[in-house]
Design a protein around this ligand. Sequence first.
Ligand code: RB5
Length: 364
Amino acid sequence: MKIALGCDHAGYALKDAVVKFLADKNIELIDLGAYEYDKEDGYPAPAFRVGRAVADEEADAGILMCGTGYGIAISANKIPGIRAMACSTPENARIAKAHNNINVITLGGRVITPEEVPAILDTWLTTPFEGGRHIQRLNEIAQMEKSTLMAQFPSGGRVVVFNHPLIQHKVGIIRSVDTSVKQFRELLHEIAGLMVYEITRSLPLTEKEVVTPIEKTTVRTIEGRKMAIVPVLRAGLGMVDGILQLVPNAKVGHIGLYRDPETLQPVEYYCKLPFDIEDREIFILDPMLATGGSSSAAISLIKKRGGKKISLVCLIGAPEGIEKVHSDHPDVDIFIAALDSHLNDHGYIVPGLGDAGDRLFGTK
Ligand code: RB5
């Protein structure tokens, strides 16, 4: 087991006791500072270093110390995946682990003495997480962290609806019947570009060394074959350039589907994907998630060709489409800029924006 350790000046008084406790237990320590007493230092920086190490699985858990254990816990809890809590007694530590499964414990150098450290840490490390009713609560927290706004559907899949004012503003304009083809194209491009930050949040990072004009340092980078975007023809094409602008090395596949007039089922007429699709994080672009039939078929097609990590990125979604995609593919995250009310009798999203392909290419 590896534990990352961090403190500010007010927690420094506990550091020796924590280090000794870990050494006695033969637990590997990653010391992320402070390395000496400096009465000017603050608690956020060590909290973020330890939080990152735990969230990135470089350490299995973290121990943080400040004066109270409070400020450093608040800071660590800003990092998605971190559950940090200040514990000043073994009983605190027991409940925090059994119910909240804290992966970072925080201690207060002005609240407890070094002699009290071993019993608190030992209780935290040896108490098992109870699971049961607590699992769903922790899952809710984890889901909340992943999204800007979460819409919960009975199918249980993950849907991220973007609530950023810039996106909402542009969606408002793109809906209008008075928006020209030129404006529509520009807006779709811009909205897709703004959605990139959220949809790429889980891309894995690796470390490499660079030399700055001052010194050699380690930086984090997206490396190797990581991302593929796959527009569903033809409206999906309107989102491609906005995404490529920010992720220029992404590979681009294409999928064409038509609806069989007799069976009403989507039928593939074109499919060209990057050769290494199974290694990539795949984002299917389909601006209008209406019945969900074509999106779901596109996902099935990519899965059949080896795709594993798939998300669906849409401009506007209807609840019916979300249900369909998630009942067929509960493993696929759906990102949408706006969630509309329902489908009308012709299968159009209400209020929607009409046919995105026609509006993008001016064919109507
Ligand atoms: C530092 O004086 C102190 O405020 C800090 O260590 C911590 O207790 C904050 O929550």
